[in-house]
Design a protein around this ligand. Structure first.
Ligand SMILES: C[S@@+](CC[C@H](N)C(=O)[O-])C[C@H]1O[C@@H](n2cnc3c(N)ncnc32)[C@H](O)[C@@H]1O
Length: 221
C-alpha cells in the first residue's frame, strides 16, 4: 500500500433514511471515512456518539463493500445531549433497524453511556476510535482520556467539530492541546475533523502525511 485510493461508493443507508444526512454535520467527511477504512482495514472501530448514524453507517458501508473482518461498534444512549438536543426512541429504532438490515455482520450497537461501555473493550484493542459525543471541553477531554487506554498501538482517533468555536463547543481547545503533542492531520470543513496518532505512526500515516495537501483538497472540494 503506497498510495491513497479514492472510491465512489453508494451509501445504501441514504436511500432508506434521508434524515441521516439531513440531521448530521458529519456529511462532508463520509467519503474520507469510507476511503480511510478501506485503506487502514481496522480490526475494531468504535464510535462514541452516533445519533442517526451518518458517520457510523459510512464506516459500515466501507467494511461491507470490501468484505473486511472489521467489527464496528456504535456507543450512544440515543437520548441526545445539550448540543445535539434531546430526542425520542424513534432514532434508535431506525438506527437499529438499518444496522440489522444493511450491516448485520458488521455493526454492533451499544445503547449505554460512554463510561459504562468502557468495560466491554480490552486495553489496546481499538484500532480506530471516533469521538463525537458531547462537545463541551471537559466532556470531550474526559472521553479522550478515559478511552485512550483502549486504543491499540498505532491506533487512530478522530475528533469531530474541531473547527467550531461557538455554542459552548470545546473540541477545538482539546485539539489545540493534542496536536502539539502527537502526529496529526486535520480537515477544517464540515465542522472540522481531527485525526490523531497518539500511540505511534505507521505506513498509513506516512502516506497521508506525504500527500496531505492533495488528499485534503480532494475531500473539501
Ligand atoms: C454529535 S451527535 C453524534 C453525531 C454522529 N456522529 C453523526 O454522524 O451525525 C452526539 C451523540 O452523542 C451522544 N452522547 C453524548 N454524550 C454521551 C455519553 N456520555 N454517553 C453516550 N452517548 C452520549 C448523544 O446522545 C448524541 O446522539
Amino acid at each position: 500500500m503506497t498510495i491513497w485510493q479514492k472510491h465512489s461508493p453508494t451509501f445504501e443507508y441514504e436511500k432508506l433514511e434521508p434524515r441521516i444526512l439531513q440531521h448530521s454535520a458529519w456529511v462532508g467527511h463520509r467519503h474520507f471515512c469510507y476511503d480511510f477504512i478501506r485503506q487502514h482495514e481496522p480490526n475494531v472501530a468504535v464510535e462514541l456518539g452516533t445519533h442517526w448514524g451518518a458517520s457510523f453507517f459510512s464506516m459500515c458501508q466501507a467494511v461491507k463493500d470490501a468484505a473486511l473482518p472489521t467489527s464496528c461498534y456504535a456507543v450512544d444512549t440515543w437520548v441526545g445531549d445539550a448540543h445535539s438536543g434531546q430526542y425520542g426512541n424513534e432514532v434508535y429504532d431506525q438506527v437499529s433497524s438499518l444496522a440489522s438490515s444493511l450491516y448485520p455482520n458488521v455493526s454492533h450497537l451499544l445503547r449505554t453511556t460512554f463510561d459504562e461501555a468502557l468495560g466491554q473493550f480490552a486495553n489496546g484493542s481499538i484500532d480506530l476510535l471516533h469521538i463525537d459525543g458531547f462537545h463541551q471541553y471537559e466532556a470531550v477531554k474526559h472521553d479522550y482520556e478515559s478511552w485512550l487506554p483502549k486504543l491499540a498501538p498505532h491506533g487512530v482517533i478522530w475528533f469531530h467539530d474541531i473547527s467550531i468555536h461557538a455554542y459552548g463547543f470545546g473540541v477545538w481547545k482539546l485539539w489545540q492541546e493534542l496536536k502539539e503533542q502527537y502526529p496529526s492531520l486535520q480537515f477544517e470543513h464540515s465542522g472540522g475533523l481531527g485525526i490523531l496518532f497518539p500511540k505511534g505512526i505507521n505506513q498509513h500515516y506516512h502516506v497521508l502525511e506525504k500527500h496531505w495537501a492533495e488528499i485534503k483538497q480532494g475531500y473539501e472540494s
